[in-house]
Design a protein around this ligand. Structure first.
Ligand code: A3P
Ligand code: MG
Ligand code: MG
Length: 367
């Protein structure tokens, strides 16, 4: 079978109680420093500390040190971290799927994200499917977003994107608040915003009978990372959103919660801090939302999406994918905009394309 498709619709097939899910558990982590250099440690871990309100998120836009993310990093950093983990434990990570959290977010939200398309590359190696983003498609999508006309009176898109990073800079500390001097906490407003540094958590998780390792960025920790490995980490996801002024805004926010929830749920991030802002980018209030309560909140609201459907759909799709991608070669996983099916087809009959790094193949070939 070299070309096939999985129907998303009708989504009624995925209603009902949840497929079993494994609580995501961090097995390793890595960081990018403020030059975006890879580091096999938690040096870019940040600690949440609420910002002073109100505050102007536009401040410092001219000095923003923005990461150029047009290049193709494949799964390199994730695979480097897995190599180190396997060396440390002396055990191979035997899972069905290894990918970035962002790819799994696209799959999890697909039943309710009809408008958006995606493209991923996949390969099969030593019993595991590796999935990466198709970089050319990602860049094309970003370019199309940039070309979209903004309604009159709205700030430019790059300014609006800056607000999110500014909010993060205003809301985190480099160490826990206790030893952090007051002056440093207050000085966050003058800090140059730089989105090169990241802390990425690598978790083991699963849905139905699909075991996965996911890597993804986490914004901050609420308190500290626990000493004991088995204890849950109190991660915090930071998000900005427009103030809710009427029913239409409420509906928009509820739709946005789908992405917030999916992204956080997959890595086991228990809390989302939403910073509400005016249309011109003044941060006016904060709300703490428990990730686990979001699906029920939506059900009681406008009922625009259903978390159970997302989980059941993703589990079924991934089980199906395991049956499709089980031999050498590279594959494309694609959903067109407005399409209600995910297509999977073979692109190369042999090899692993550029999806796997040479160092990973070398390690696994000799391990
Ligand atoms: P907001 O989510 O507050 O808008 P993340 O929330 O995933 O930690 O991402 C941090 C910030 O990166 C976002 O903050 C936003 O500013 C920017 N960002 C992330 N994805 C983006 C995208 N697809 N387009 C534009 N900006 C994006
Ligand atoms: Mg982030
Ligand atoms: Mg964030």
């Amino acid at each position: 079978m070299s070309r096939c498709a999985f129907d998303i619709q009708p989504i009624g097939r995925f209603e009902g109680s949840n497929t079993s899910i494994r609580r995501p558990k961090e097995i390793a982590c890595f960081s990018y420093d403020d030059q975006h250099q890879f580091r096999l440690d938690d040096s870019s871990l940040r600690y949440y500390y609420p910002p002073h309100l109100p505050v102007d998120l536009n401040q410092g836009f001219e000095t923003f040190q923005k990461l150029d993310d047009t290049g193709d990093d494949h799964l390199d950093a994730l695979l480097e971290t897995i190599i180190a983990h396997e060396k440390e434990t002396g055990k191979k990570c035997e899972v069905d799927i290894i990918t970035w959290r962002g790819m799994m977010t696209k799959i999890l939200t697909a039943p309710f994200e009809n408008m958006n398309g995606f493209e991923m590359n996949a390969t099969f190696f030593q019993g595991t499917i590796f999935i990466e983003e198709n970089n050319a498609y990602k860049n094309m999508q970003k370019q199309m977003q940039r070309n979209q006309r903004m309604p009159p009176g709205m700030p430019p898109q790059d300014v609006m994107a800056y607000w999110g990073y500014k909010f993060e800079t205003l809301s985190v500390l480099q160490q826990p608040w206790d030893p952090t001097p007051r002056t440093e906490i207050e000085d966050r407003e003058n800090e140059i915003v730089n989105n090169h540094s990241q802390y990425c958590s690598v978790v083991r998780t699963g849905m139905g009978n699909v075991k996965m390792i996911l890597g993804g960025e986490v914004d901050a920790v609420w308190d500290c990372k626990p000493e004991r490995k088995e204890d849950a980490i109190h991660w915090v996801e930071l998000k900005t959103s427009a103030e809710i002024r009427n029913d239409r805004d409420m509906l928009k926010f509820e739709r946005k919660l789908l992405k917030f929830w999916a992204q956080s749920f997959l890595l086991g991030v228990p809390k989302i801090i939403v910073g509400f802002r005016t249309p011109q980018g003044i941060l006016t209030s904060l709300e703490e939302i428990e990730t686990a309560t979001i699906p029920n909140q939506v059900k009681k609201g406008r009922n625009t999406w259903d978390g159970n459907v997302c989980i059941n759909f993703a589990a079924k799709f991934l089980e199906w994918l395991k049956g499709v991608i089980h031999e050498e070669g590279t594959w494309r996983i694609r959903k067109h905009e407005k399409s209600s099916k995910i297509e999977v087809f073979k692109v190369e009959d042999s090899g692993n394309g550029d999806i796997l790094s040479q160092s990973f193949i070398a390690w696994r070939s000799h391990a």
